[in-house]
Design a binder for this molecule. Structure first.
Ligand SMILES: C[S@@+](CC[C@H](N)C(=O)[O-])C[C@H]1O[C@@H](n2cnc3c(N)ncnc32)[C@H](O)[C@@H]1O
Length: 281
């Protein structure tokens, strides 16, 4: 089993795209619920450099917020930049999702994370749900990859997907790679959100899943290039015997990534689960 490492440059590049892609409607549902609660402690799992804190904290009002940001990569935790606000305190926490991540739930009033769920396993999601449900804790996870990647033209028509030979084949290979063990057991990859949705529903929570796709345009070309390089790396690891078509797909994709009239759409879902009380929507 290999731990996935996340490069700080990659996280910096994706932060503005993540923030603009999130479902505002969903975060407002959470904010509305949160304002009526007493609790002020928030646990951000797999926090990286604190992108989720920077996005979410302004929605959670001016009452005190205490954030615990857990990650197993100390170099990312050291780079956290906190918005300077007197009602906001943070504690970076070096730990693992399987151990400290689950243990810390009992000391918190909201469990959250961004760009994390697709890396996690069925067993970890079971434990997360169990622990959150035991204390009726709300849960909000944004930007989980759901397995679809497509190219579009800026004029809104399908572009070049036909001529982008082997596109769906490469996506299937990449999505298979997503199911490898990323640190908590074999990952659920694109199906993680639907699994978590079933789990929280079975505990009587009110759940919502809203779409939050990346729509990457010309200005995002550096992110697109890194994304394509990452997919190629994973696809070659998964299917080295397909290297010829993978490399040919990579060349065509990189050309499209740099063209000013193409948009790359990468599907994501945001997920909210609220205990079934009168404060739930
Ligand atoms: C895709 S990054 C997302 C980071 C951040 N939430 C964001 O939105 O920018 C996934 C994060 O999860 C962390 N992570 C992955 N597996 C972990 C584990 N087993 N324990 C703790 N952190 C983990 C990584 O170090 C990385 O910072």
């Amino acid at each position: 089993m290999k731990h996935a490492n996340f490069d700080s440059h990659w996280l910096e590049l994706r932060e503005p795209v993540d923030h603009r892609s999130r479902s505002k409607e969903l975060v407002l549902l959470l904010a509305n619920y949160w304002m009526k609660q007493e609790g002020r402690r928030i646990l951000d799992l797999g926090s990286g450099m604190g992108s989720n804190l920077r996005y979410l904290s302004p929605y959670l009002g001016k009452k005190s917020q205490h954030w615990t940001l857990l990650d197993h990569d100390s170099s990312l935790l050291e780079m956290i930049e906190t918005p300077i606000q007197k009602h906001l305190t943070i504690s970076p926490f070096l730990g693992d999702l399987r151990e400290e991540g689950l243990q810390l739930i009992r000391d918190n009033d909201l469990v959250t994370g961004s760009a994390l769920l697709d890396l996690t396993s069925r067993g970890w999601l079971d434990e997360l749900t169990e622990k959150c449900a035991n204390q009726s804790c709300p849960v909000y996870f944004s930007l989980s990859y759901t397995g679809e990647v497509s190219w579009h033209s800026t004029a809104n028509k399908e572009t070049d997907v036909e001529s982008l030979e082997h596109h769906s084949r490469i996506c299937n290979i990449f999505n298979r790679h997503q199911l490898r063990d990323k640190g908590t057991g074999p990952a659920l990859g694109p199906s993680a959100v639907s699994r978590l949705n079933q789990l929280f529903k079975s505990k009587g929570y009110v759940t919502k899943c809203y779409s939050s796709p990346w729509l990457l345009n010309y200005e995002d070309r550096e992110l697109k290039k890194l994304l394509i390089q990452g997919w190629v790396h994973s696809a070659l690891e998964e299917c080295p015997e397909e290297s010829e078509i993978i490399n040919s797909w990579a060349r065509s994709s990189l050309r499209l990534a740099c063209s000013s009239n193409s948009i790359l759409r990468v599907s994501h879902l945001d997920f909210l689960a609220l205990p079934n009380t009168t404060d739930s929507p």
